[in-house]
Design a protein around this ligand. Structure first.
Ligand SMILES: [Zn+2]
Length: 375
């Protein structure tokens, strides 16, 4: 799906022109309710505007309207909509504009879910689009959800000349408020230290993933969010070291299928990379975290794979608890071995991890891990 996005200068209003080649006989999607469909064309022919129905997509608080547009497979469908941006974590200020899935500014859910999205927006030279690509000849910024684990059309525009960028070992930290300078310095320093630790743990730099950390000016929500290679803070968190360590840990644990139960490998790999870093950086803090995990592991199921192989909500947590048990029993070396073996897999999946562990002679560890899979 191609989207061309235009923004109003003064108020948080957008106009979007969407086009796609239809896969089925209709195309169903939802949009934030304040956005209104203005035109629909199929195969170049104007269609009447459909009525929408109220729709909710928990846990997003944004009120949505669902639409079904008729057509036929292979036909080109075009539609336009415009209106005010709404919902949480929205920034539309002089120095920054940020709107994302939280604001449902682009077609979401139903048939839209299966569509990779390529966004263009005019480049008037005033803004930098974070994780965007500049098309100088076309006078455009381009943003794509292709190749992203989190397929959000995350529009984060920073006004040129307002932002300070600190670079350190593949990490860029951006901030615009002078009072955030110390936190930004700390993040830049932490990222190099964490990367140094991971280099010693894993013996290499992992996926060549650039990381951008952005401190937005304080907004209406004390929140932070993460996307592939991007962390955005809307406040200065107390736990920044752990958050950064987890994200950077994904450089070694991000290739398992995130749409299925195998996602436990991504999150457990990143989280335990972070925990081993904490163990070195703050042994007492690590011990507190470990005790908490072990008590959480008491009296609950630690089954990693649901019967249908689907992606359960607690899949991230469960793997972290399983590794806490393994740490408790076998110590740090066992966890390091698990992490390195996972990192070394061409294709990261549980079956591959188990057989690679056996090849390395870690038969007991493989057997123990196996007991949690369908416990
Ligand atoms: Zn993660």
């Amino acid at each position: 799906m191609d989207l061309h996005l235009e923004m109003s200068d003064s108020e948080a209003r957008i106009h979007v022109r969407a086009s796609l080649v239809m896969r089925g006989a209709s195309f169903r999607f939802a949009l934030a309710s304040p956005l209104r469909l203005e035109a629909v064309r199929c195969g170049g022919r104007e269609l009447p505007l459909p009525d929408g129905e109220d729709y909710r997509m928990p846990p997003l608080p944004t009120e949505l309207t669902a639409y079904t547009l008729p057509g036929r497979p292979g036909a080109e469908l075009e539609f336009e909509y415009s209106g005010a941006l709404s919902g949480p974590l929205l920034y539309y200020r002089r120095e920054v504009r940020n709107f994302t899935l939280h604001n449902c500014w682009y077609p979401v859910a139903f048939d839209a879910e299966a569509e990779p999205v390529d966004v263009t927006l005019p480049d008037d030279g005033d803004w930098e689009l974070v994780q965007g690509e500049r098309d100088a000849a076309g006078g455009l910024w381009r943003y794509t959800t292709r190749g992203r684990t989190i397929r959000d059309c995350n529009i984060l525009l920073l006004r040129r000349g307002e932002w300070t960028r600190l670079e350190s070992g593949g990490v860029s930290v951006l901030y615009c408020e002078p009072s955030h300078a110390a936190a930004a310095e700390e993040a830049a320093h932490l990222c190099s230290d964490i990367r140094g630790f991971y280099r010693s743990l894993y013996g290499h730099d992992g996926e060549l993933r650039e990381l951008t950390v952005v401190y937005l000016p304080e907004g209406p929500d004390r929140a932070a969010y993460m996307r592939d290679g991007l962390i955005v803070f809307m406040y200065i968190p107390g736990d920044i070291r752990h958050i950064l360590a987890h994200e950077l840990g994904h450089a070694h644990a991000c290739r398992a299928d995130f749409g299925s139960w195998e996602d436990w490998l991504n999150e457990t790999g990143a989280e335990w990379s972070a925990l081993l870093y904490e163990r070195r950086a703050d042994p007492e803090g690590f011990e507190r975290r470990l005790q908490k995990l072990l008590s959480q592991a008491e009296g609950r199921s630690l089954r990693l794979r649901p019967e249908d192989g689907s992606h359960p909500d607690d899949v991230h947590e469960t793997g972290t608890l399983v590794f806490a048990r393994i740490y408790e029993e076998h110590g740090e070396e066992a966890i390091a071995l698990l992490l390195r073996t996972l990192d070394g897999l061409e294709r990261q999946d549980t079956a591959g991890l188990l057989s690679a562990l056996r090849e390395r002679g870690a038969v007991c560890l493989a057997e123990e891990l196996e007991t949690y899979i369908s416990e």
